[in-house]
Design a protein around this ligand. Structure first.
Ligand code: TYD
Ligand code: MG
Length: 461
């Protein structure tokens, strides 16, 4: 390798540079570039299967291990795509303090109790601290094995001796391999440590769960480099000040991506939330069910399950020459699009007004199907007319002002009916008679956005 090989690495995105520079060209991060000694050894292939060819049909007979380790914590298993796959690598990312260690301790303790041999390796906490946490979580009786270790070589030795089925590495940023000079947490250390652990997991057939802290920019530190190395990427999300947490699958080689598990942080750890809609709408009911303007209930779908959330908007006269647009829980570019379509296609004037949008409860919505609910909340706030109570809204808005059909209409309507809603504002169905209302919900179908504007002008809502 040339002396001057690229050895400056961006700690945020992993981009390589020949020289130090203040700003990373690839992710625009400042002061993230650090000199690192490049990997000298080429990663070894998987031992034992070198060059061997196996027939696809023959694989069926070879699989001895169970197809999934099920923890019994349904929300966790669901996010993993129905349990942990033996020999797979899972990355769990999230802000520090969000509850990654807690959920993993609960999950592996539950696995251990179910007879799966599990090992929890922490590089951040002492064994006594983990024990204390386990006691607090009521898990002190679980036949779980603990270790505190940060040297990957020592961990590999431990794993060869113990032969566990499931291993948690908490966190990958504390691990190091001795052949590298750079400090733990740097891209090269994180990458090399993960590579070694994943390689052993694939050869020995255990599942490895890597914990990765997210930097404030929302990428796992030493980060993107890990996402493509693992089979499954889960993010643990939640807002500080809100008690619920969401485990979201963003990549899964062995199951559906976009699946979510919902938890509530309690005094005794994370409790499963089997019915998230009720949780997200619970605050709304507390103020007596009074309808206020600027709020619309969106019937969304996260992964395979429906989730109802309230979208709140506030449209207020602006004191500034450039009005403000602030969004929490949704894509701000999409808000700008909805605002532009309202102005251009429907003649709704928003000039000189600040717009604030909030997804109540702190959930992050990615679905374009929320467009119509956002528009309803905006129009409701603008005209100070509450959305008729008991109404859910969903639909995607196109740039031409058309309301586009979205998937899983029936799932959304069924969930709405289950939670006591009786009316839905939704896209006009293309094929007639499709999914028609056995859910007992009155449908107000909308083909173009100006029809929604009329709903708020007529005053019947
Ligand atoms: P932790 O799992 O240590 O977070 P991470 O590993 O993602 O950094 O979670 C720490 C937070 O969780 C801390 O703020 C306290 C809170 N917590 C509870 O509210 N109840 C509990 O039973 C536990 C164990 C933690
Ligand atoms: Mg932790």
């Amino acid at each position: 390798m040339a002396k001057n090989a690229e050895r400056f690495v961006c700690q945020s995105c992993g981009a390589l540079y020949r020289k130090w520079q203040g700003k990373c060209d690839s992710c625009n991060e400042w002061n993230s570039i650090v000199e690192e000694v490049p990997l000298t050894s080429v990663p070894k292939g998987l031992g034992g299967t070198k060059g061997r060819v196996i027939e696809l049909v023959g694989l069926k007979g070879e699989a001895q291990a169970p197809s999934r380790w099920i923890s019994g914590i349904t929300e966790f298993d669901r996010a993993c795509g129905g349990g942990l796959v033996p020999g797979s690598a899972v990355l769990i990312g999230g802000d520090p303090g969000i509850g990654k260690s807690t959920i993993l301790l609960q999950a592996v303790a539950s696995l251990a109790t179910a007879g799966v041999s599990a090992l929890y390796i922490s590089g951040e906490e002492a064994v006594d601290q983990i024990r204390m946490r386990a006691e607090r979580l009521g898990l002190s009786e679980a036949p779980l094995q603990l270790a505190t270790e940060t040297s990957v070589r020592d961990i590999l030795t431990t794993l060869e001796q113990q032969r566990p089925d499931v291993v948690v590495i908490d966190s990958i940023q504390t691990m190091y391999v001795e052949s590298l000079e750079s400090a733990p947490g740097t891209v090269s250390q994180v990458r090399a440590s993960a590579q070694e652990l994943i390689r052993l997991a694939k050869t020995r057939g255990f599942s490895v769960i890597l914990v990765g802290h997210v930097t404030k920019e929302g990428t796992i530190a030493g980060p993107k480099v890990l996402e493509h190395m693992v089979d499954t990427v889960l993010y643990f999300e939640g807002e500080r000040g809100h008690h619920f947490r969401i485990l979201r699958a963003v990549k899964n080689r062995f199951g559906p991506a976009d699946e979510i598990g919902v938890f509530e942080m309690t005094d005794a750890g994370l409790a499963e939330v089997p019915n998230p809609s009720a949780l997200f709408l619970s605050e709304r009911d507390e103020d007596g069910g009074e309808s206020v303007s600027g709020a619309a209930v969106f019937a969304g779908v996260e992964g395979t399950r429906p989730v109802l959330v309230e979208i709140q908007a506030l449209v207020a006269p602006s004191a500034f020459s450039t009005p403000r647009r602030a969004v929490v829980g949704w894509d701000s570019a999409r808000l700008h699009m909805v605002l532009a379509v309202l102005e251009t296609r429907c003649g709704v004037s928003l000039a000189g007004r600040d717009v604030f949008l909030n997804v109540a409860g702190g959930l992050r919505i990615g679905e374009p199907a929320a467009d119509l609910a956002v528009a309803a909340a905006l129009l409701s706030s603008l005209g100070d007319r509450p959305v008729e109570s008991g109404t859910v809204v969903f639909g995607e808005i196109g740039l031409g002002g058309e309301v586009r059909a979205v998937s899983q209409t029936d799932t959304r309507l069924k969930e709405a009916a289950k939670l006591g809603f009786h009316r839905a504002i939704l896209p006009r169905a293309r094929g007639r008679g499709r999914g028609s209302g056995e859910s007992g919900i009155a449908r107000q179908e909308i083909g173009r956005l100006h029809e929604l504007v009329e709903v708020f002008e007529d005053g019947d809502s």
